[in-house]
Design a protein around this ligand. Sequence first.
Ligand SMILES: [Zn+2]
Ligand SMILES: [Zn+2]
Length: 551
Amino acid sequence: MPEIKKICTITGKEFSISEQEQELRKKFGVELPDIHPYERLRYLFTFRNYHTLYARKCDMCQKNFLSVHDPASPFQVYCMSCWYSDKWTPPELELDLDKPFFEQLEILTKKTPRLGQIAAKPMENSDYCNACSGLKNCYMTFNATGCEDCYFCIGTSYAKDSIDLGVCEKSELSYDSQSCNGCYHVFWSEYLENCQDCYFLYDCADCSECALSTGLRHARHVFLNEQLNEREYAEKVKELQKGDYQKLQEHRKKFEELKKNYKNKYLIGVKNEDVSGNFIYTSKSIEDSYLIIDSENCVNIANVWNAKDCLDIASFGVMNAENCYCCCAIGLDVMNLRYCTLCITGSHDLEYCVELSASHDCFGCIGGNKNEYKILNKQYSKEDYKKTVAKLKEKMKERGEYGKPQPQTLNPFAYNEGLAMIHMPLKKAEAEKLGYKWKEKKIPQVPADKVYQPKDNINDENWADFQGKFVICEKSKRPFKIIKQEFDFYKKHNIPLPRIHPEVRMLDRYPSDLLFNLHKAQCANCQTTLQTSMPKKDQVLCEACYQETIY
Ligand SMILES: [Zn+2]
Ligand SMILES: [Zn+2]
C-alpha cells in the first residue's frame, strides 16, 4: 500500500496517510481522513480539562468543591462521592431513528449530571488536585500519581517534596524542572536521568553537583561544561544559591543560550523500535505520536501509556487500551472504544459515549457505572441492542453522521480551559478561527493593600509580611497566592518568590514546542535524513552521532 497524500480541509496543509495508518483504518472499517492528524488530535484534546478548576457546589450534596465545570455550565455537576453513589439514575432518551442522532445526544448531554473532579483513592489532604491518584499533601497538581508534598506539578508520578515539575517521575526535593526522572535536589533543569544536587542542567544523566551544562554523563563538579575541582565548583555554584531574583534571571538567560547551542537527539526517548514523534519510551511501531510509554502499533496518539493498535487517541496517561479509535481521555483497561470521551475502568465496545465506567456495549450513553446494552442511556435486550445499533448506524451513515467525532456542541469546555491549550497552545483569535469556544478569564481585582511585591532576595522575605496577600503575575496580571508550605520551600532552598502565576508557569514549562511538529531534517553531523519533532530552527543529531558526542 503506497502512502496517500491529502490536503487538510481545515488548514490547507498537505499530510500523508501511511501504510500503517491505512492498515489500522481498514481494521476499524473507517474511511480515509480529510483532516491533518494534528488537527484531529487538537479537536479531541479540547474535550478534556483537568487543570482549569472552579469553586462550586455539588448539585446533589451542596458541598463546596473544586470542579472542572464552571458554575455557569448548563448541566448539573456532582462531586465524586455523589456521582459514584447509587443516589441518582442517569436520565434516558427514547431513540428516534429518523432524527439527527447528535441532536438527540446533545439533549441527553444537557440533562445529565456531570462528574466535577476525578481522583482515585487513596487521596489524602489533596483536595485541590485533579485527574490523579494516590496523592498525599499535594496542591494544584494534575495528571499525577503517587506524589507527596508536591505543588503545581503536572504529568508527574511518585515525586516528593517538589514544586513546579512537569512530566517527571520519581524525583524528590526538586523545583521548576521538566522531564527529570529519578532525580534528587535538581533545580531549573530539563531531561535529566538520575541526577542530584544540580542546577540548570540539560540532557544529562548520572550527574551530581553540576550546573549550567548540557549533555553530561556520569559527571561531577562540572560548571558551564568545564571540569572543576570540588573547591572551585563550590565557589562557582554559590552564585546560583543566593536567592536573588535578578541573578536568577541572568542564569535563566545563560541557560537558554546553552540550550540553543546544544545539538539534541532527533527524538527524546529510549528503548524504541521503529517510532516517530517525540517523548517515546519502550515502544514499537509508533507513528507521529507524543508522550508515549510502552505502546505498540499506534498512529497519531498523544499522552498515552500501554496502548496497542490505536489511532487518533488524545490523553489519559496510564491507560491500557487496545483497538481504540478517535477518543479522548479513555483508559484503565479499555478495548474497542470509538468516538468516546472519559470512558474508563474495564469499559469495552462503546461508541459515542461520555463518562462511562465499567460499561460495555453502549451507544450514545452518558454518565454512569456498569452499563450494558444501552442506547441514549435506555436499556435494551442484547438482541434488540445489536439490531437497533445496526439500524442506527445505517441511518447515521445516510445522514453523514457516523464516523465523525462527537460534535463540539457536546463539548463542555472552551479551548483555553482544556488540554488542547496545554499541548497545542493558541491565541484567542486562532482558536476561534478554528471554531473553538474561548472563555475570558476574569482577572480578579485585588485592593492595593493586599498586593505584595516580592523582594529581590528571598532572605529578606518574611511570612508575616506576605500572609494574606497576593502577587500580581508579571505576564498575565492575574493575582495569585503563595501557600505557607510553598513559602517555606522557597525559604529553605533559597529560591526567590515567583512572579508568574502558577498556571502560566505550568503552560510555559510544558514542552509543547517539541510536540506535533514532525518534519524531515538532516543530522547536523552525518547529514542522514531524519524524522523529528524538535523545533525547525534547532540542529539535531541521529542516534549514532548523538551517542558519539555524549559518551
Ligand atoms: Zn456531592
Ligand atoms: Zn548522524
